[in-house]
Design a protein around this ligand. Structure first.
Ligand SMILES: NC(=O)c1ccc[n+]([C@@H]2O[C@H](COP(=O)([O-])OP(=O)(O)OC[C@H]3O[C@@H](n4cnc5c(N)ncnc54)[C@H](O)[C@@H]3O)[C@@H](O)[C@H]2O)c1
Ligand SMILES: [Zn+2]
Ligand SMILES: [Zn+2]
Length: 384
């Protein structure tokens, strides 16, 4: 089968590799119809993780079940399924609590959480390929309506739609709250879409890319361009000095100023400043325990000069981490089916697998108009 391989920093290529197969009775093999490129892939692409050369990337996967092991009895060959980026066993202490992003059995002992095609998340192959092996397939597969309808909406169920929703949830959002989302990448846009669906009174989205801010405006959010001035001041002014009830961080440790200089404390401290006293902050942007590529010694060890005094004094709450996709994906699938949610609004490109290396470069450069790339390793037979 063809698959997208991580060769080295800024170097990925499509190669012929052995077909994915059923290795354990609880596995399925899925023929991938859609697999998206994610901002998380870019941390790996840029060589800012310990991703091993030779591995298949891709954690945002959906497709048609091609084969199942003897121990699989819920899903069947021919089912159209979405696969959460988290790989979870379904029976450990965390999985039974719904915290599938922190499964205790899917990764090596001592590390909670596993994922497809991801640095430090187990050695599972990713799905930017024709076929994907899915462990614990009955537990991990979400069955979708048959056919190809709403493919570009359902493909967002494997990661970014639940992740955006999770960011709002981590901020302890309640209907009527105002929300500020830092980052108008796919995850930030999904957080804004989620906040709107959940009944936010106002949603601000901060970024400096005009194309992404325009998408935020298209779903009813108020765009804030941080290259045009301090985003905290802009939001304070718009709220009469009150700030917002909730904040969502959707950038991660490679947050930067308008000239591109990285500062992993920047967005977190701006959120502490803009969220009201007693408010909540949800951090879904990725931060890592080690970042050897960081500019200063503190950040190389994942330590940040966080405004803890102000955070404490304001009595704020902050919750963090990978999204437990399975905690939300059924409900979000049904919101898509009923037409309430339309996460496909951010798709900018549908491409074949062979075009993936060029697409990684364009998306990594945040080139104008490259918001979200959906790869179709098979035929392009999708419909919105
Ligand atoms: N927690 C999870 O489960 C989970 C899941 C998926 C992705 N992620 C993470 O979410 C983050 C965002 O992913 P994405 O796909 O949207 O990535 P992305 O890189 O496309 O988007 C990030 C956006 O943040 C903007 N940005 C950078 N610095 C900023 C600043 N100081 N203020 C405001 N905006 C700024 C960039 O211009 C960019 O548009 C990444 O760290 C990714 O790894 C987490
Ligand atoms: Zn992702
Ligand atoms: Zn588990």
């Amino acid at each position: 089968m063809k698959a997208l391989i991580y060769d080295a920093a800024f170097d990925v290529s499509v190669k012929e590799v052995p077909d994915a197969t059923v290795e354990r009775p609880t596995d399925a093999v899925v023929r991938i119809t859609s697999t998206n490129i994610c901002g998380s892939d870019l941390h790996m692409y840029e060589g800012r993780t310990d991703m091993e050369a030779g591995r298949v990337l891709g954690h945002e996967n959906m497709g048609i079940v091609e084969a199942v092991g003897d121990g699989v009895d819920r899903i069947k060959v021919g089912d159209r399924v979405s696969l959460p980026f988290n790989i979870a066993c379904g029976s450990c202490d965390h999985c039974v609590q719904g915290k599938t992003a922190f499964c205790l059995r899917a990764n090596q002992a001592g590390t909670a959480g596993a994922a497809f095609g991801f640095a430090s998340m187990g050695d599972y192959a990713g799905g930017q390929a024709e076929l994907l092996r899915v462990p614990w397939a009955d537990f991990n597969s979400l069955v979708l309506p048959e056919g190809t309808d709403k493919e570009l909406d359902y493909t967002m169920l494997s990661d970014i739609f639940p992740t955006g929703w999770h960011g709002v949830e981590l901020a302890q959002f309640e209907p009527g709250d105002s929300v500020a989302v830092w980052g108008a990448g796919p995850v930030g846009l999904m957080a804004a879409h989620s906040a709107r669906i959940r009944g936010a009174s106002e949603v601000f989205v901060v970024d400096q890319h005009a194309d992404r801010l325009a998408l935020a405006a298209s779903i009813g959010a108020t765009p804030v361009d941080f290259s045009a001035g301090d985003p905290v001041e802009q939001i304070m002014e718009a709220t009469g000095g009150r700030g917002v009830d909730r904040g969502v961080e959707a950038i991660g440790y490679q947050a930067h100023d308008s000239s591109g200089t990285e500062d992993p404390t920047l967005a977190l401290n701006q959120l502490v400043a803009v969220v009201k006293a007693t408010g909540g902050i949800g951090v879904v942007g990725v931060y890592l325990p080690q970042d050897p590529g960081a500019k200063d010694d503190l950040a190389k060890e994942g330590r940040l000069a966080f405004d803890y005094g102000t955070f404490w004094f304001k009595g704020q709450g902050m919750r963090t981490g990978q999204a437990n996709v399975k905690a939300y994906n059924r409900q979000l699938r049904d919101l898509i089916t009923s037409g309430v949610a339309t996460p496909s609004f951010l798709v900018s490109h549908e491409l074949g697998l062979d075009e993936a290396p060029a697409a990684y470069k364009k998306f990594d450069d945040r080139e104008d108009g490259w918001t979200k790339v959906v790869l179709h390793p098979g035929e392009l037979t999708t419909a919105r």
